[in-house]
Design a protein around this ligand. Sequence first.
Ligand code: ADP
Length: 476
Amino acid sequence: MSAQSLKILLVEDNAGDARLLREMFREPPRDFSFTVAGTLSDGLRLMGTEEFAAVLLDLHLPDSQGLRTVPHVQATNPGIPIVVLTSVDDEAMAAKALEKGAQDYLVKGQVERGEVRRAILHAIQRKRMEVALKNSEERYRRIVETATEGIWIFDAKGHTTFVNRRLAEMLDYAPNEVTTLPLGSMVMCVNEEQATLLRDLRAGVRPFECRMKRKDGAELWALLSSTPIPTTTDDRDETLVLVTDITDIKKAELLKDEFIGMVSHELKTPLTVIMGSLYTSNFAGVSEQERRELVDEATRGGEALVSIIDNLLELSRSQANRLTLQIAALDVGDVAKGVVRRVQPRAQMHTLVLSIPAGLPHVAADKVRVERILDNLVDNAVKYSPEGGRVTIFAQAETDHVTVGVRDEGIGIATEDIPRLFARFLRLENATGSIKGIGLGLNVCRILAEAHGGRIWVESNPGQGSTFFFTLPVAK
Ligand code: ADP
């Protein structure tokens, strides 16, 4: 530091004292140059316009008396080192001024040049360290508070001493609320388990999963990884825990497990029919007519299997971004006829009707995919009309697209269920245990319609039936 150039602001209303200080530094080397302000407000104004290396601050000024002068200067000039000037009988006040944030003090009338110099340089040095410490603390605080992981610190008795904002958010509390929470309100486990949990966390065993409790009582799955915070004293024996919210992963795992169970079941049912029919058809004494019926049954079981597997394949292609369409000019009427031919044998109670106007323009579409959409919609129309009735496939030309629809007279869909109807693996209450399905058909219909640049929607009257519509672009 080049002491020569240091500009010091002296806030002192006693002209004699001010002169005395300046006199001290008249002789070279001129370590400091002093600017004098007689009141606090003058001093603050000067600090606002000029840069000073430090301020020498009298605590008895006409416009500010006592200790509050220090925080006042600090609030307006947080970076400036402060040396307070006190009288002989005021040393207690000087000590308090240091607590309030001054860096040093000088007793007026009792100091000489060397001491003043030392106090100013010491104050500058100390302030620098304070600022560096504050910045570093601020930096760590920001890291902790912006972390996407929850941070939880507890002491030797298992009391929470710190949580960051993210953890508070996860549990839906304000951060200061969490620090007062007993452990049992944070984690879903009973007393003995809590003791084990704390012991494992303190030992930093390995990351493990744990159910935590939100303020509203809802469950949150978290992955906890802990590490003891090394300290020099025993009483602050703390443990740091990183908390990752894995609720979504857990839900997905659960869904996957359910899905595997459901798909296995849905695949096994038609397979059992196929195997049963084929075995029986080989029995001696089975008539030709019976054998034909058994083979038909096996064929229908096979078709049901193929349909489930085709839907699964379409879904997995779409998820892997590998859904490619074989677009050609297509007659929707021809495709619909094929679908009716395939479905009619397993829809004895239903009348399948085609209502497609002659001269309907061809669409630009993938034949297999349009068959898949219609198969799913017609299959549903039949399934969800358990009393039988009419199922109509219709189509109508619009300006640049053709709207294709499937209407049934079945159980219908409640208005509030319609927005979520095309979601994956969704089955409504109306899909009772007796109506089989895995909740994939409509999702696949939407994927395929949208892959053609079209859209899909439904209109329904509960108890009276539903109509599903989808659009396909007209072939150029
Ligand atoms: P799945 O039929 O295998 O359950 P879908 O994705 O084809 O799955 O259909 C999802 C749900 O939508 C069905 O479970 C059923 O609740 C409802 N749904 C579909 N089509 C109809 C329909 N035509 N009438 C009434 N409800 C239907």
